[in-house]
Design a protein around this ligand. Structure first.
Ligand code: IMP
Length: 192
């Protein structure tokens, strides 16, 4: 079975391929499927944006399409950057600038709890599904670690005493918001 993963984000692409490696499916990027689209993510929830992306790509192919909308919710910032995580510091999207902006807004703040959210949306000829994964953590005051992508260097998981960027990728792929959403989605697939 072939699934097109509707993303241009290399970090998400790598992780979803690794997370879904033991499922008997070929995961293609949009580029590999020959699909080039500029999708306007104008939803206000992760669910809406994941569905917008999945449906836009599904309109170009007969293959099954998977999309990921994800981001960081910081409690002190009233859940910002949320659905604006990719473009928090403005466009063009820049992971480093987004992370610096969060650090700047959180300077001197003691309440540093945050959550990563991922909603996966699947569009198939027999129906549509979404699944949400969340993982709680705390924001560090400076970058720690070289792995991962996006906000990973400041997202600290107290139980593991390290940031997502300091963790082995295999471990992040077991416990991340993306991994939780993928497991839930796989469980729901029987309903289609
Ligand atoms: P979008 O889902 O393409 O709108 O963007 C999601 C943004 O959230 C990414 O550009 C990252 O900045 C951030 N993000 C989502 N998942 C992760 C993750 O696993 N690690 C770090 N940052 C993430």
């Amino acid at each position: 079975m072939r699934i097109i993963f509707a993303t241009g984000n290399a970090g998400k692409m790598r992780e979803i391929r690794e997370i879904m490696a033991d499922m008997d499916m070929e995961i293609c990027s949009m580029k590999e499927a020959g699909i080039s689209l500029d999708i306007e993510e104008n939803g206000t929830t992760f669910e809406e944006n994941a569905q917008i992306k999945a449906k836009a790509v599904a309109a170009c192919t007969k293959d099954i399409v998977l999309a990921d909308d994800s981001g960081l919710e910081v409690d002190y910032l009233n859940k910002e950057p949320g659905v604006y995580s990719a473009r928090y510091a403005g466009e063009p999207c820049n992971d480093r600038k987004n992370l610096e902006l969060v650090l700047e807004k959180m300077e001197g703040i003691k309440d540093r709890t945050a959550c990563f959210v991922c909603v996966l949306a699947l569009v198939t000829p027999s129906g549509e599904l979404t699944a949400r994964g969340e993982v709680a953590g705390e924001l560090k005051c400076a970058h720690q670690g070289e792995g991962g992508f996006g906000y990973d260097p400041i997202f600290y998981i107290p139980q593991y005493k390290c940031t997502f960027a300091q963790m082995m990728q295999e471990q992040k792929n077991q416990l991340s918001h993306r991994a939780i959403a993928a497991r839930l989605l796989a469980g729901k697939c029987a309903r289609l």
